[in-house]
Design a protein around this ligand. Structure first.
Ligand code: ADP
Ligand code: MG
Length: 255
C-alpha cells in the first residue's frame, strides 16, 4: 500500500521582528490510508505548525509534503481541519452551520442539503436542524463541527486538540464517538493532543515530539486498536498502562 501523505525533510521557520524561529526541523513521516496518528509533545514544539503545513496554510521552509504523490501548494478540499474551538456561528442554525463548508465551496445544492440533513440524523442530531448553537451541549456542538468538515469529504482529517474545551466526562464520550465516525468513514487522521491516554486510546501510532525545534523523538505503534476496539474499552486494557508509562517517560525526559 502506498502512503497517502508523505513529509520529506520538512522544516519551518517563522520570521519575526526578533529574528528567525525554527519551529520544526527535518520531519519525515509517511502516513498510510486510514491510519490514525496522534502527536504529543511539549507546548510550543510546533504541533499546530505541522498541521497548518499539511493543511496548506503554511509553506515549508525546506522539504516537501505530498498528498497522494502530489506536492501540497495551498489549501485543498482533500484536507479537513478541526480545531479546539468549534467556530460555529451563533446566528446560524445547526443545519446552516453544518452546511457552511459546502457553502464556501459553492456546493450548497439541494442534494448536499439532503446529505447533510441525513448526517445530522445519523450522528444523533436529528430534530436539532433549526436550533442555534447556544442551545446545544459542547459535545453536540463539536459533532456539528465534525459534520461540517466531513460533508466536504476530505481524505485526510487534521484535529488540533479537538476535545480540550470539553470537561472530562464529555471528552471521553465525544472522543469515542468521533473516532467511531472517522473509522466508519475510513478517514486518515492526524490528531494533536496533550492528553496521553487520549492519544493512545484512539491511534494506531503515537508520535512524540521534542521541544522546539520540533522533531520526531520517538514513534509508538499501538496495537490496541487493531481490531477496532472502542477508545473507552482500550483504556481498560492491561497493555494500555505500558504504553502510557513509556510515552510519559519519553515526553518528560530531556534528550
Ligand atoms: P504547539 O502547537 O506545539 O504548541 P506551535 O506550532 O503553535 O506549537 O508553535 C511552535 C513555535 O512557533 C512556538 O514557539 C510559537 O511561539 C512559534 N510560532 C507559532 N506561530 C508563530 C507565528 N505566526 N509567528 C512567529 N512564531 C510563531
Ligand atoms: Mg498548538
Amino acid at each position: 500500500m502506498r502512503a497517502i501523505l508523505e513529509l520529506e525533510n520538512v522544516s519551518l521557520s517563522y520570521h519575526t521582528l526578533e529574528g528567525e524561529i525554527l519551529a520544526l526541523q527535518d520531519i519525515n513521516l509517511q502516513v498510510m490510508p486510514e491510519e490514525f496518528i496522534s502527536i504529543v509533545g511539549p507546548s510550543g514544539c510546533g504541533k499546530s505548525t505541522l498541521l497548518s503545513l499539511i493543511a496548506g496554510l503554511l509553506k515549508p521552509s525546506k522539504g516537501t509534503i505530498r498528498l497522494d504523490g502530489v506536492p501540497i501548494t495551498g489549501t485543498t478540499q482533500q484536507v479537513g481541519y478541526m480545531l479546539q474551538q468549534d467556530y460555529l456561528f451563533e446566528w446560524r442554525t445547526i443545519l446552516d452551520n453544518a452546511l457552511l463548508g459546502l457553502e464556501v465551496l459553492r456546493k450548497r445544492t439541494p442534494e448536499n442539503i439532503e446529505k447533510v440533513k441525513q448526517m445530522l440524523v445519523d450522528y444523533g442530531l436529528g430534530g436539532f436542524e433549526k436550533y442555534y448553537p447556544q442551545q446545544l451541549s459542547g459535545g453536540m456542538r463539536q459533532r456539528v463541527a465534525l459534520i461540517r468538515t466531513l460533508a466536504m469529504e476530505p481524505k485526510v482529517f487534521l484535529l488540533d486538540e479537538p476535545f480540550s474545551a470539553l470537561d472530562y466526562q464529555n471528552r471521553l464520550a465525544v472522543g469515542a464517538e468521533v473516532v467511531k465516525i472517522l473509522r466508519e468513514q475510513k478517514k486518515t487522521v492526524i490528531m494533536v493532543t496533550h492528553d496521553i491516554p487520549e492519544a493512545i486510546s484512539m491511534a494506531n501510532r503515537v508520535l512524540v515530539f521534542t521541544k522546539r525545534p520540533g522533531r520526531i523523538k520517538s514513534e509508538h505503534i499501538v496495537t490496541l486498536n487493531a481490531n477496532g476496539c472502542n477508545p473507552l474499552a482500550c483504556r481498560e486494557s492491561p497493555e494500555f498502562s505500558r504504553y502510557y508509562t513509556k510515552i510519559w517517560k519519553e515526553l518528560n525526559s530531556d534528550e
